[in-house]
Design a protein around this ligand. Structure first.
Ligand code: HEC
Length: 142
């Protein structure tokens, strides 16, 4: 029963600090990492100006978002459309690079390092939103 295991892992993750890496004793480390990423997305300011990802990408990134009065696309296919070329940055951005860019610019915080537990959890959460969709490298947000 994967759904029950997932709910148990999600409930378990809520009891622990969000930045704790998946423990070796976990029965479903992947589901636990998704849950940690979801918590970080909703709650963590990363020590910045007080905003969270959810301040702009509302509803866990699942619906259309909003930043400074401008509409933002949902993040439901974000993990399926990276890497993408960014005109603004003048380089190809990976999903991790885009998340770090938002932590720096959107949250006004020092972004966690590549490969850190926090960044991996956010990448894993966004991948869970896009799970089952075809990879559409360079595609458009929904
Ligand atoms: C202050 C508002 C704001 C906050 C807070 C914010 N973002 Fe963003 N995000 C944006 C804007 C604006 C864009 C559009 C592209 C750009 O300007 O970089 C964007 C784009 C993205 C994209 C690319 C979407 C796509 O399909 O191209 C991802 C992924 C993303 N944000 C993740 C996050 C995550 C994860 C967090 C929290 C760590 C976060 N954002 C916090 C404003 C924000």
């Amino acid at each position: 029963m994967p759904s029950i295991r997932f709910l148990a892992a999600a409930a378990g993750a809520l009891l622990f600090a969000v930045a704790v890496p998946a423990s070796a004793a976990s029965s479903d480390p992947l589901a636990e990492t998704v849950a940690q990423g979801q918590q970080l997305f909703a709650k963590s300011t990363f020590g910045g100006a007080g905003r969270t990802c959810d301040s702009c990408h509302v509803n866990g990134g699942k619906g259309p978002g909003e930043a400074g009065g401008h509409p933002l696309p949902s993040l439901e296919n974000a993990a399926a459309i990276y890497p993408r070329f960014s005109q603004k940055a003048g380089r190809v951005m990976t999903l991790a690079a885009q998340i770090r860019h938002c932590i720096q610019g959107g949250l006004g915080a020092q972004p966690p390092a590549y490969g850190s537990a926090e960044l991996v959890a956010l990448e894993t959460y966004l991948a869970s939103l896009a799970h089952g969709q075809s990879l559409d490298m360079g595609g458009a947000p929904k």
